[in-house]
Each structure stands twice: as structure tokens, then as C-alpha cells.
Design a binder for this molecule. Structure first.
Ligand code: PEP
Length: 251
């Protein structure tokens, strides 16, 4: 049976003390509960080591928000997959719409990031999703298919089993406008179909597909109750411990 996962993406928020308080509160709360999904926290890079230390003693897994597409060398400001792996980082977000938009990350760079992570035994959480005008013009499936093909479909089926896909309609990220359960289910089922077409049914059935975009404790359980929605990638609502824990408990 495929894994259910809830991922908290803190983005560039919180100072060190706030980050430490947040992760320790989440870890303590969850340690007292019976949870059925994997819980992953993505702090800013400078807090990865601290977060990793907390994770060791808890149910939490830690993810990076970004990685270099290069192995190592003269790339000022970059952090390599092998450096993340030394910190025992389990997952890394790739292709978040904010990185595609503000840092002009291209499909081919994203495919290279996926390769670097897999070379270092870190699991990519690969983000895809259409813009509002693309949905309004009926192109949402074409956009998502193209992103899957260019970013992931160079992998063989064994490699693909390490991928978590996050469907994040760009119009829903940080806007308070959430996809309807039907819109989410329709796209998740389409994505699973693409994986089955490219690889096979069992690879598609094994792949965790997360929903992201204005997910909160009020809408999480209805979204997660869809057959092809295997959890969530949570931005704003992951910055409040009680809210994030409620979302985890909805999974
Ligand atoms: C995100 O940043 O991936 C995200 C889903 O953000 P939010 O939950 O704030 O919409």
C-alpha cells in the first residue's frame, strides 16, 4: 500500500528560536498521538541540522526546500545533494512554483536536481501545477503532463519509485483559494494515469501524490478523503503547530 505523507513547507519564515520552538512543539504533540502518515518538515537550509537533531528522536522526517543541480564545485551559494545527505535529510522539494517563477528554474534544471538527489539517496518531492489562466483556458492537463515528462519521465521505473509528486495548482498557493475535492481528485487520477502509461499500473499505484494549495485544518480531511489524494504539501498552515498537527491527524 502506498504511503500517505503530510509535508510542512516553512519557506523563508521564522528565526532560529521560533523554528526550534515550532519543531519541538510539533514533535512533542505528534509523539503522543497515533499517526497513520509520514510527517515531513521542510525548514530553511540553515535550520536543517537543528531540525534533523529533533527528528532523530521523533516521528518526523526532514526535507530540504531546494538543492543544487550540480554535484559540487565553483557554484557560490549552492548546497549540494551530498551535503544534504551528510545531514541525514530524507526528502527534498523540487520544482516548487515559487522557484520556477522567481528563480527561473527550468524543466531541465529540475530533472538534474532530481538526478542529484537520487544519486544521494534523497527522495524528491516533485511539484507540478498549472497557472490560473492555463486552467481557465482548459490547458491544465497539458501543463501537468509536460512537467511530468520533462522533469521525471527520464527515470526508469525503479528510480521513479523514490518520487513523491505534489500537485499544487499555482492559483491555490498562498491565496486562500483551495481546489475543490473534485478538481483535486480529477487531476490526481490523471497524474496516476500518466505514471501508469509511462511505467506500469503497480508503479502508479505505489506513487504518493500530494495536494498543495491553501490546505488547512478545515479542508484537509475532505481533500485527503479522495481516493488518489495521498496527503498534502502545506505552506502557511504548517507554521502553526496546532494547525499543522490537526492537518496531520486528518490524513
Ligand atoms: C506551498 O507553498 O507549497 C503551499 C501549498 O502553500 P500554502 O499552503 O500556503 O498555499
Amino acid at each position: 500500500m502506498r504511503k500517505k505523507i503530510v509535508v510542512g513547507n516553512w519557506k523563508m519564515n521564522n528565526n532560529f528560536q521560533e523554528a526550534e520552538e515550532l519543531i519541538s512543539t510539533i514533535a512533542d504533540d505528534l509523539d503522543e498521538k497515533e499517526i497513520v502518515c509520514e510527517v515531513v518538515i521542510c525548514p530553511p537550509s540553515l535550520y536543517l541540522e537543528m531540525a534533523s537533531d529533533y527528528a532523530e528522536e521523533s516521528v518526523l522526517f526532514i526535507a530540504a526546500q531546494n538543492v543544487s543541480s550540480f554535484d559540487n564545485g565553483a557554484y557560490t551559494g549552492e548546497i549540494s545533494a551530498s551535503m544534504l545527505s551528510e545531514m541525514e535529510i530524507s526528502y527534498c522539494i523540487v520544482g516548487h512554483s515559487e522557484r520556477r517563477k522567481y528563480f527561473n528554474e527550468t524543466d531541465s534544471q529540475l530533472a538534474e536536481k532530481v538526478n542529484r538527489l537520487l544519486d544521494n539517496n534523497i527522495k524528491p518531492i516533485f511539484c507540478i501545477g498549472e497557472q490560473l489562466d492555463e486552467r481557465e483556458n482548459g490547458f491544465q492537463f497539458d501543463v501537468v503532463r509536460n512537467q511530468m515528462q520533462k522533469g521525471l519521465f527520464h527515470l526508469n521505473s525503479d528510480e521513479f519509485l523514490n518520487i513523491t509528486v505534489a500537485y499544487e495548482p499555482v492559483w491555490a498557493i498562498g491565496t486562500g483559494v483551495v481546489a475543490t475535492p473534485n478538481q483535486a481528485q480529477e487531476m490526481h487520477s490523471y497524474i496516476r494515469g500518466l505514471i501508469s502509461e509511462k511505467y506500469n499500473d503497480s508503479t502508479a499505484e505505489e506513487t504518493t501524490i500530494l495536494y498543495g494549495g491553501s490546505c488547512n485544518s478545515d479542508n484537509a480531511s475532505i481533500l485527503f478523503s479522495n481516493k488518489d489524494v495521498d496527503g498534502g504539501l502545506i505552506g502557511g498552515a504548517s507554521l502553526k503547530a496546532d494547525e499543522f498537527v490537526k492537518i496531520v491527524m486528518s490524513c
